[in-house]
Design a binder for this molecule. Structure first.
Ligand code: UDP
Length: 236
């Protein structure tokens, strides 16, 4: 039995790049989708928020010198591309997926309508929330916290490159150890980086736990969903 009935999975755009420098790596997206498929098959209802950093970020790279809000809208459009790619791959792998966008682009994806998202989840469809929160000056981490709270997810699963939150940067300090769990207050006191500050505050206010884990570790998502010791749980 899965430990969670409904989850909100946050994938970074960069996770789709694989070893490429830009864009979407085919083998990587297929592998990632299969990890999600495993937890759908366990009976878990899955919603996904995907970032756009593999294509465009409002505060870095090609956006330097641009008007911030315009750059952020471009970043949100990048998340729509990733969401379409993700849902397309899911369909090819035999799953049922729906993309819902926070920005109206009706010819491309349906708009985000909360009751409809809830209906899809109840029907066992994977819902991919595109275009972040729909607002500039936010991130897809915040979109994940927001949608997670809206759909009543029991946990926000933050997929990263590292398999949890560590006492120090494990790349720099070999003696660093992973927290199996840590409270929101302790994470603040120790200045641990879990999600961006807005996302973190929203989850804390809503008493919505965050699990940080590595999407690059085979089977980690399934182990997280089964409640096994994997990653770091940030709890109330
Ligand atoms: N973005 C935004 N509002 C949102 C979500 C995203 O303006 O609610 C923009 C922002 O410019 C951001 C970009 O979209 O840099 C891509 O999202 P993010 O950086 O969160 O992607 P990730 O780092 O997860 O790939």
């Amino acid at each position: 039995m899965p430990a969670y009935k409904r989850i909100l999975l946050k994938l970074s755009g960069e996770a789709l790049m694989g070893d490429d420098a830009y864009g979407i790596n085919r083998a990587t997206i297929v592998r990632m989708v299969r990890e999600v498929q495993e937890v759908v098959q366990l009976g878990c209802e899955v919603a996904v928020v995907i970032g756009g950093g593999n294509i465009f970020r409002g505060v870095a790279g090609g956006s330097v010198g641009m008007d911030r809000a315009t750059a952020d809208y471009m970043g949100m459009l990048a998340t729509v591309m990733n969401s379409l790619a993700l849902a397309d791959t899911m369909r090819q792998e035999g799953m049922t997926a729906r993309v819902m966008s926070a920005i109206a682009i009706d010819q491309v994806v349906e708009p985000y309508v909360r009751p409809k998202a809830l209906q899809y989840l109840e029907e066992g469809k994977v819902v991919v929330f595109a275009a972040g929160t729909g607002n500039p000056f936010f991130t897809t981490d915040t979109a994940a916290a927001l949608r997670g709270a809206e759909i009543g997810a029991q946990v926000v699963l933050k997929a990263t490159k590292v398999d949890g939150v560590y006492t120090a940067d494990p790349k720099k300090d070999p003696s660093a150890t992973r927290y199996a769990q840590v409270s929101f207050d302790e994470a603040i006191a120790r200045n641990l980086q879990v999600m961006d500050a807005t996302a973190f505050a929203l989850c804390r206010d809503q008493k919505l736990p965050i699990k940080v884990f590595s999407i690059f570790k085979a089977g980690a998502l399934r182990r997280v969903v089964m409640g096994e010791d994997e990653g770091t749980l940030v709890h109330v």
